[in-house]
Write a protein that binds this ligand. Structure first.
Ligand SMILES: [Cu+2]
Length: 355
């Protein structure tokens, strides 16, 4: 191949890679733009370990190049063998001690951060301060439930949290292993069926403003065909607004106002209420909560965690959920709703708001 063609190809490959990688840095999604105390700690650890690795690579590469040049076969000395060194105490001590030192530099901050990040004493039920916010996160194929046990309210898909303070999480799953991850803020931690995992996160108000008020959350454990679509959104609010939101949720009583929405409510109460609740203070036991709580559906950022929140997409979801999220657990409605019923349900669901 002509040399200039190869060069040109390499150059364009690098340009495309650079462009692609530049796209990774969104403030609402990137672990490289830390948006809270936990993310800051994890980011510094990443920098430290990368710096140590780069240092090792550079030093080894320099030695390698030096040796290749210094001891290469030269004209006229084809059969000359350099002096052989065996069992050099000095060298052996150097290459044992340096890695030990590097590992200590890496281990001390890592272990100390691990203990800090797992300090969940303040969420201990007996000694809990009444201002400590605790959220029970339950992961399901392919949706998320957020329960606030101290306020007796439940929401789904959109996690609402106060900013600039530690929020404590109880993580579990009701079917298979998932993993709770808010890349810009922290995680990831597995949600399991057999035990509760606990940790805390802190959401920076300034970073939240930069992210335009919403962080993206992800499932980080391959769990089935719609794993990549198992997203949630995080709405961080200043403490005062968070308290107001809690009050509104506690008192929310959804009621359809116009006639079409009323019709939708009737259909809903016949065909959907078996799986979906529409009050945040729903008293059903966990096993019976088999679908997202729709109490504040009208305020959501997305439909089913991924579609843009508008009427057209809601109709698309109601008509054929499987075309949006293959293998999801909203079954028994496909092909059973007429267009008029879907229109009425859409009006009703969009009117479910607390804000
Ligand atoms: Cu998952």
């Amino acid at each position: 191949m002509k040399k200039w063609l190869l060069n040109w190809r390499l150059f364009s490959l690098f340009s495309v890679m650079a462009l692609l990688l530049a796209g990774c840095g969104k403030p609402f999604l990137s672990a490289l733009q830390p948006a809270g105390e936990v993310a800051d700690m994890q980011y510094s650890l990443m920098l430290l370990s990368t710096a140590i690795m780069v240092l090792v690579i550079v030093v080894v590469t320099i030695i390698f190049i030096y040796v290749v040049i210094r001891f290469r076969r030269r004209k006229g000395e084809e059969n000359k063998i350099p002096k052989q060194v065996e069992g050099s105490h000095k060298l052996e001590i150097i290459w044992t001690v340096i890695p030990i030192l590097l590992l200590i530099i890496l281990a001390v901050p890592t272990v100390s951060a691990t203990f800090k990040l797992s300090d969940v004493k303040p969420m201990n039920k007996e000694k809990r301060d009444k201002n400590t916010v605790v959220v029970n996160v339950r992961a399901n194929l392919y949706w998320w439930e957020f329960e606030y046990p101290d306020y007796g309210i439940i929401t789904s898909q959109d996690l609402v949290v106060p900013t600039d303070e530690r929020v404590y999480f109880n993580l579990k799953s009701s079917d298979v292993k998932h993993s709770f991850w808010i890349p810009a803020v922290g995680g990831k931690l597995d949600t399991n069926v057999e035990n509760n995992n606990q940790f805390w996160l802190e959401f920076d108000q300034k970073a939240a403003d930069k992210a335009k008020g919403v962080f993206y959350g992800k499932c980080a454990e391959l769990c089935g065909p719609s794993h990549a679509l198992m997203d949630f959104k995080v709405k961080p609010l200043p403490r005062k607004e968070f308290d107001q939101w809690v009050e509104k949720m506690k008192n929310a009583k959804p009621a359809a106002t116009d006639a079409v929405a009323k019709e939708g409510e009737e259909i809903f109460n016949k065909s959907c209420i078996g799986c979906h609740a529409v009050t945040p203070a729903d008293k059903r036991p966990e096993q019976a909560r088999t679908a997202p709580n729709l109490a504040n559906f009208g305020d959501r950022e997305r439909i089913a965690g991924i579609l843009k929140h508008d009427e057209e997409n809601l109709k698309k979801w109601l008509k054929d959920p499987d075309s949006v999220k293959p293998g999801n657990k909203m079954t028994g409605t496909y092909g059973k709703l007429t267009d008029a019923q879907i229109d009425a349900l859409t009006k009703y669901l969009m009117s479910l708001k607390v804000e």
